[in-house]
Design a protein around this ligand. Structure first.
Ligand SMILES: Nc1nc2c(c(=O)[nH]1)N[C@H]1C(S)=C(S)[C@@H](COP(=O)(O)OP(=O)(O)OC[C@H]3O[C@@H](n4cnc5c(=O)[nH]c(N)nc54)[C@H](O)[C@@H]3O)O[C@H]1N2
Ligand SMILES: Nc1nc2c(c(=O)[nH]1)N[C@H]1C(S)=C(S)[C@@H](COP(=O)(O)OP(=O)(O)OC[C@H]3O[C@@H](n4cnc5c(=O)[nH]c(N)nc54)[C@H](O)[C@@H]3O)O[C@H]1N2
Ligand SMILES: [Mo]
Length: 697
């Protein structure tokens, strides 16, 4: 694909004939500012949207947050973190009051049970997996529980593998909670002192006996009991949760269900005992805490006037400028507004939505519509830059300085080591240039933002964290140079950082402190401030559970197979980088589909045959691999722009986190006539053991 060659080194502008042509930076930025100004004058801040990444740096997210919220005054700002870790944040907010990882990666060394919920760490976080393997192959190995419909390398090493039917995670976690209760493994004194909601939770999970869970999830009831036994006996259980839980229809409920298990036994805030609601991208955490992702900076609550006033004071703007009359706009809604025409200016940085968002065809139409002016900054030409009106060549990490914070709150400083190629600039430079030309001002007439360098932006950002759970006021570039890798909070009281949160079982749930007043996990309806106050969480964690429901877009008669999508070790996301590395690309040059042996036999497909996969939204022709995936479920990697798995996925999201349901779609698979081979067995077994199985629920 020609568009995969080389770095972008010059800005591009779409000319009168519709072609993207190289121009000087000044010309490109003038076109952006021109469009931005005229839209602001005609239609105000709501005409502007920003869609960013989990791959920029804290300084950039914070600067954009200030420009968008205090300069333009738009609530339409989100990150691809919506597709990625919105559920991690949402689940921690619901259970503990704010975002912020309770545990530390070091807990891998201290745990005696490891439970991986929808997390294929062996392919997606190979360094963390190496750390886990050291334990598994060491003297006193932890028990390992793997919840994944595929027999992954994690599953192969597991003490218990639960190959759940996709979309049934909530039934499983409810069943595990019930088992803890029935086995007397619950720490009632701790629950009494440090949580609210136990009685409601116990009532909700009671109907989820192992046999019923086994029927819903399509697994062995003894395996459910065995997993519960491991958690019940562990002195230091460590759970990790990722996309198998997050990209589903009851994502937040399922992820909260894992928090519940830890709270029921008081297994949090101690070495080895804790939860890692994982992140995937290097700086997803920064986007969430800096507030370029649909949150307010510093884990502030948009619905709390005092929190908004703090920001207004910090930024020296009228509190009414900062949008807080409704929840910030999530990415799926942002694209909907662009589709409907109310957003006419969309700046995309460090993400490739033409490949990574659900329902590819629709997203590409929105991006190519003349009604929306699309600005994209990326280091490489992508499927998204091809549809933009203006493209800025971006500097990559190593070509600019900034900080990034990983999933366990560890802040690192990454310094510029080489110059960016050609005219490539950092996103920070681009946004500061844009703001200056737009002439944004504080109330006292100072330029907004008033900083010019990454280090100044970092200092301003740490000021915004004062008194919040992610307090980094004692952190400076110099301290990070002296010892890189410090876990927040970092304050004068804890200058060396904080390995674990909630060590004193004091949670961030006070009404004046929390990041959200919470949601009904089933419908997403928001809890009001008054209701939150009335439940008197007051520093106690919140136990919450709901019943399992069937997903929209789940398999039915016409589309009887469950499509899940995900990753392979050889590629990162949409392959802008890994597709250019022959050592990686040679291992996985094309997309494929994984089928179980039972489904392959029934469909008369052998390894390497091409099959057509169809959903109500589109079709893909892919070579088949026959693997240990559970029968009735098929898997496609989502990395390939020319055979995008997202051609098949639907526009649907979790009601609380708004994370799209990228791993749960009904599809139909058939062999293409010219490539089929005779069946190895007579194809008379049930066509699909999963079809209609939700009746079991
Ligand atoms: N090599 C590589 N590594 C990466 C990335 C990459 O693109 N390539 N991306 C990074 C990013 S941003 C992220 S977010 C992480 C993602 O890391 P992971 O979440 O580990 O990766 P996925 O492959 O998306 O999904 C994990 C597993 O979920 C399972 N699954 C699907 N549906 C269900 C379900 O209903 N229930 C359960 N329990 N499991 C289910 C799939 O079979 C899959 O094995 O990886 C990060 N690391
Ligand atoms: N079906 C399906 N869809 C999915 C998923 C799935 O499992 N299944 N997973 C979802 C998840 S978890 C994620 S995280 C998304 C990822 O989806 P995307 O964010 O679209 O994926 P990337 O390929 O990482 O795109 C990032 C782009 O940023 C550019 N870039 C890197 N560094 C910089 C920088 O510093 N500045 C700028 N301006 N650009 C930079 C890269 O060149 C690249 O083109 O996909 C989501 N989509
Ligand atoms: Mo992600």
């Amino acid at each position: 694909m020609s568009q995969r060659r080389g770095r972008l080194t010059r800005p591009l502008l779409r000319d009168g004939s519709g072609q993207l042509v190289e121009v000087d930076h000044d010309v490109a930025m003038a076109a952006v500012v021109d469009r931005s100004r005229s839209l602001l004058a005609q239609r105000g801040g709501l005409s502007h949207g920003f869609y960013t990444s989990g791959q920029l740096m804290a300084e950039e997210y914070y600067t954009l947050s200030v420009i968008g919220k205090a300069g333009i005054g738009t609530p339409h700002m989100d990150g691809n973190t919506r597709l990625c870790t919105a559920t991690a944040a949402a689940a921690m907010k619901e259970s503990f009051g704010t975002d912020g990882q309770p545990a530390s990666y070091d807990d891998v060394e201290h745990c005696d049970a490891l439970l991986l919920f929808g997390h294929n760490v062996a392919e997606t976080q190979t360094v963390l997996w190496a750390r886990m393997l050291d334990r598994l192959d060491g003297a006193d190995p932890p028990a390992l529980v793997c919840v994944d419909p595929r027999r992954t390398d994690v599953a192969r090493r597991a003490t218990v593998h639960l190959p759940v039917r996709p979309g049934t995670n909530v039934a499983l976690v409810n069943g595990l909670a019930r088992e803890l209760i029935h086995r007397g493994a619950v720490d009632h004194d701790w629950i009494q002192a440090h949580t609210i909601g136990y009685d409601d939770l116990a009532a909700v999970v009671e109907p989820y006996a192992p046999d019923r869970v086994a029927a819903i999830c399509g697994v062995d009831p003894d395996a459910v009991r065995a997993a519960a036994e491991i958690f019940a006996r562990a002195r230091a259980p460590l759970s990790t949760v990722l996309q198998g839980f997050y990209q589903s229809h009851q994502a937040t409920a399922a992820a909260v269900g894992v928090n519940n298990l830890h709270l029921l036994r008081g297994m949090i805030g101690r070495p080895g005992a804790g939860v890692l609601q994982m992140n995937g991208q290097p700086t997803a955490q920064n986007n969430r805490e800096c507030g370029a992702d649909g949150d307010l900076p510093g884990f502030r609550n948009w619905d709390n006037e005092t929190h908004v006033a703090e920001l207004a004071e910090l930024w020296d703007v009228d509190p009414l400028t900062i949008p807080h009359w409704s929840p910030p706009t999530h990415a799926m809604q942002l694209f909907r507004y662009a589709e409907q025409g109310s957003i006419g200016f969309l700046w995309i940085a460090g993400t490739n939505p033409a490949v990574s968002m659900p329902d590819e065809h629709r997203i590409r139409q929105i991006l190519s519509s003349p009604d929306c002016f699309v600005v994209v900054s990326d280091a490489y030409p992508t499927e998204t830059t091809a549809l933009a009106d203006v493209v800025f060549p971006a500097a990559l990490w190593g070509e600019r300085t900034g900080t990034f914070t990983n999933a366990d709150r560890t802040v690192h400083l990454s310094e510029r080591a080489v110059d960016p190629p050609g005219e490539a600039r950092s996103d920070l430079t681009l946004w500061l240039d844009y703001a200056e030309r737009m002439g944004f001002r504080t109330r006292s007439g100072r330029p907004l933002p008033w900083w010019n360098t990454a280090e100044q932006a970092f200092t301003e950002w740490t000021r915004a964290t004062a008194g919040r759970p992610c307090d980094q006021t004692a952190l400076t570039y110099d301290r990070l140079r002296a010892r890189s890798g410090i876990q927040w909070p970092v304050t004068t009281a804890a200058p060396g950082g904080t390995p674990r949160l909630y060590t004193d079982a004091e949670f961030n749930t006070r009404t004046d402190q929390c990041e959200t007043y919470g949601h009904d996990l089933l419908t997403g309806a928001t809890v009001t401030r008054r209701e939150h106050r009335a439940q008197h969480a007051d520093g106690r964690a919140i136990l919450k559970a709901v019943e399992h429901t069937t997903a929209p877009g789940a398999p039915d008669g016409d589309y009887p197979l469950r499509l899940i999508t995900g990753r392979t070790v050889h590629h990162f996301h949409t392959r802008t980088k890994t597709g250019r590395v022959p050592e990686l690309d040679d291992h996985a040059p094309h997309a494929w589909i994984e089928l179980s042996a039972a489904d392959a036999d029934r469909l008369r497909v052998q390894r390497g045959d091409t099959v057509r996969v169809t959903s109500p939204r589109g079709a893909l022709d892919l070579p088949a691999r026959i693997t240990d995936i559970r029968p009735g479920t098929v898997f496609i990697p989502f990395h390939y722009g020319d055979h995008a798995a997202n051609r098949l996925t639907l526009t649907a999201w979790d009601p609380v986190s708004k994370q799209p349901q990228l791993k749960l779609n009904g599809v139909h698979v058939r062999a293409l006539p010219d490539t089929t081979t005779p069946p190895r067995h007579t194809p008379h077994e049930r066509p699909d053991e999963d079809a209609g199985s939700d009746a079991a629920t």
